[in-house]
Design a protein around this ligand. Structure first.
Ligand SMILES: Nc1ncnc2c1ncn2[C@@H]1O[C@H](COP(=O)(O)OP(=O)(O)OP(=O)(O)O)[C@@H](O)[C@H]1O
Length: 282
């Protein structure tokens, strides 16, 4: 298996002269965590110094045990948390707004407004941006169609299953036409069958749109099914232990049963075991 460790990435960054930092060394880098470290105000050392580049069109899963800093890193990519040391760059800029890059975030909870229809929920970001109603309605229809909810715009969230609510949440993110979709365990609360179906549809969406996706998960299976690249993290302190490209083009149901799928799952599982502290309670 082709594998690159985080040490390679970190070393490349350590060697980069400071004068090169304002611009990404290659135009394909959309997100760059450069020697970032995070200690929260209460003293929790969430992330040890680490570096990571996300390339345009990547589907990167951040995979690792609870507390390894996956959400912290995602929030830094969203501009919701600042690193304690180092910096995040968005397409070479020091602020998302300066980069021209747009991102949208999807959380584990669908967080839909129960009093509003699905269409009104999905339209919310456009209403906040004061997009004129006819244009907004057309974009809502497009986003709902992208997630398979074309016929459900008029219903209320309580009339949808958990999986459909999550589809609506993804549509609300897609309606702003983001360059980068940041997803924090979006399918973690769903049953396995629904989760597999959403994984399949998300992968198809990613292929159709060319979006860049950063996806947080605890599930090795989900990461191997979805990703073009899996970044494996370990805890205490949070750090990257492996960066694994996954090149198989076929992500049909047959892939889940294939020898390469099983092999990737086995390899990642062994890496996770090796990186885990045996003293951790589960
Ligand atoms: N706002 C905060 N203040 C203090 N500590 C925090 C804060 N957010 C996260 N932490 C701590 O930082 C560490 C990393 O948390 P983070 O949520 O990033 O990990 P994670 O890998 O996403 O975990 P999980 O898979 O359980 O969601 C944990 O020890 C967590 O308790």
């Amino acid at each position: 298996m082709l594998m690159k460790t985080s040490t390679d990435t970190a070393m490349a960054d350590e060697e980069a002269p400071a004068s090169q930092l304002p611009d990404a060394p290659d135009a394909q880098t959309v997100l760059h965590a450069n020697k970032v470290e995070k200690t929260y105000g209460n003293g929790t050392h969430a992330l040890a110094r680490m570096s990571l580049r996300i390339q345009r069109g990547d589907f990167v899963s951040l995979l690792g045990p609870s507390g390894c800093g996956k959400s912290t890193l995602l929030k830094m990519f969203a501009g919701l948390e600042d690193p304690s040391h180092g910096h995040i760059r968005w397409a070479g800029a020091d602020q998302p707004a300066k980069s021209g890059l747009t991102s949208a975030m999807v959380f584990q909870e669908a967080t839909l407004m129960p009093w509003a229809t699905v269409a009104a929920n999905v339209r919310l970001p456009l209403d906040l941006q004061k997009v004129p109603r006819p244009e907004a309605d057309a974009r809502v229809a497009e986003a709902l169609a992208q997630v398979g909810l074309g016929a459900f715009g008029h219903v209320y969230p309580r009339e949808l299953s958990g999986g459909m609510q999550m589809r609506a949440s993804i549509a609300r993110a897609l309606v702003t036409k983001p360059d980068v979709l940041l997803m924090d365990e979006p399918f973690g609360a769903l049953d396995e069958f629904t989760r597999n179906k959403l994984d399949t549809d998300l992968r198809a969406l990613w292929q159709a749109t060319g979006l860049t996706v950063v996806f947080v998960t605890h599930s090795i299976y989900e990461a191997v099914f979805l990703s073009s690249r899996v970044v494996m993290m370990a805890a205490r302190p949070g750090r990257i232990v492996a960066d694994v490209p996954l090149d198989e083009p076929d992500r049909s149901e047959a892939y889940r049963l294939s020898p390469p799928f099983a092999e990737h799952c086995r390899d990642l599982s062994a890496m996770l075991m090796a990186a885990s502290d045996p003293a951790d309670l589960h």
